[in-house]
Design a binder for this molecule. Structure first.
Ligand code: ASP
Length: 417
């Protein structure tokens, strides 16, 4: 009971943070940016803890699960299917609404964010999987190579059998300490979210500026948000209900801290500590599953980003007056999936990997300039859907494992009888 009230207070605090941040940033942009340091402190605290959290939780999870192969494959299958559904929704919506048709092309050259990335290829993304320098990867917030190293360490410890007991005890203890710190950081979520939102709206010049920005690209913004809405509020809850047998309203309310933090930080990776706490502690998904699939999901499972990439690229084509045929739409479908997997869980990463999709269908990279102005805003919505997709995935995989355990137990009972 006591904990329930404490959580409710936190959620009310977060909602106040979003609201006040929105009001201050909209009406008093300068004050908003001045108060931005509150958001930076919060974000720094999350980033500080996320690297140790990932390394310890993945290593522990591999040591405990032993053979991670089947869980890993199931996770990948879930990610691929849900991301593909998201891209499909994006393609259908942008084709129906046609936000780019009739719009004037007004790009001003190659956007800064993609300079030097013009030759990005899938093989470049694959190359980064194995890092020559762990510290550099950690410092640059490249999560995927760290996940891979942690899997290797976990497997190595597991292969040592009883000898690794000491390592297991130490890692368990470190993990407990990390989760304690995460708990402390979460107390500051309302203030942090307030600072992040007030600052971002302030940087954009306040509410009226943001409104005129949205109006300019209104149909495009609407297409992305509508697609995300359908995926986040219909598709994912249906999957949760059918496959994880959980009540979607109850589950989303338990994860509201994580979803709001994703919105405020625009980073799935920075949100990870809060996602893990919500999924494991509040929604009671088994640690074994959550510790492995959540860090992996935060890095490669991005439904919102995939949907957004498809909408954005087709919008760019429409704006240039280029009609994409069925074959090209299929190429957009495949590459948008890849681009979402390759995007890091950091702000506006999807904008960079969009280069892959544009190049695949031969569209000018300058087209990114068309959507740049509103990207920071759409990034928040898609990151929230990315994190929500990870949480739903954890519940589904947890259920599958649970069913399998029962099944295995039945077989062994039958065998022993
Ligand atoms: N910001 C997104 C995330 O962290 C990635 C992107 O779409 O830019 O999940």
């Amino acid at each position: 009971m006591h904990r329930f009230f404490k959580r409710n207070n936190l959620i009310i605090g977060i909602l106040m943070g979003v609201l006040l941040g929105g009001i201050v940033g909209s009406l008093f942009p300068e004050t908003g940016t001045k108060l931005g340091f509150l958001g930076t402190l919060f974000l720094n605290a999350l980033k500080m803890i996320v690297i140790p959290l990932i390394i310890v939780s993945i290593t522990l999870s591999i040591m405990k699960v032993g053979n991670i192969g089947s869980l890993g494959l199931k996770a990948l299958a879930y990610y691929l299917v849900t991301t593909a559904i998201a891209v499909f929704i994006g393609i259908v919506i942008v084709t129906i609404i046609q936000p780019g048709v009739g719009s004037d092309v007004f790009t001003g050259g190659m956007p800064e964010v993609i300079k030097g990335k013009e030759n990005l290829r899938v093989v470049h993304l694959i190359q980064t999987l194995i890092t020559p320098n762990l510290f550099k990867s950690a410092a640059e917030f490249q999560i995927l190579p760290l996940i891979i190293v942690s899997i290797i360490f976990g497997a190595a410890f597991a292969s040592l059998g009883k000898e690794s007991k000491l390592a297991l005890d130490i890692l368990n203890l470190i993990n407990k300490a990390i989760m304690k710190i995460v708990h402390w950081i979460i107390i500051f979520t309302p203030i942090g979210i307030f600072g992040l939102i007030a600052n971002r709206l302030g940087l954009a010049g306040g509410g009226s500026e943001v409104m005129s920005l949205i109006m300019e690209l209104g149909k495009y913004v609407l297409s992305v948000i509508l697609g995300l809405f359908i995926h986040g509020f219909f598709v994912l809850p249906t999957i949760l209900f059918i496959f994880a047998k959980r009540n979607p309203i109850d589950y989303i309310s338990k994860l509201s801290e994580a979803i709001f933090t994703a919105f405020a930080t625009a980073s799935s990776s920075a949100t990870l500590p809060i996602t893990m706490r919500g999924v494991i502690d509040d929604a009671k998904i088994s640690q074994k599953i959550g510790r492995f699939v959540l860090p992996l999901g935060a890095t490669i499972n991005m439904d919102g980003t995939a949907l957004y990439e498809a909408v954005a690229v087709i919008f760019i084509a429409q704006s240039y007056g280029i009609q994409l045929g069925m074959g090209e739409l299929i190429i957009v479908f495949v590459t948008a999936n890849l681009a979402a997997i390759g995007a890091a869980g950091i702000p506006e990463a999807g904008l960079v990997t969009m280069v892959l999709v544009l190049q695949a269908v031969g569209l000018p990279l300058e087209g990114i300039g068309l959507i740049l102005a509103v990207d920071w805003l759409l990034d928040r919505f898609r990151t929230a859907v990315n994190v929500w997709g990870d949480c739903v995935g954890a519940a589904v995989l947890d259920r599958f494992e649970y069913d399998e355990t029962i099944h295995d137990e039945k077989i062994s009972l039958a065998g022993s009888g």
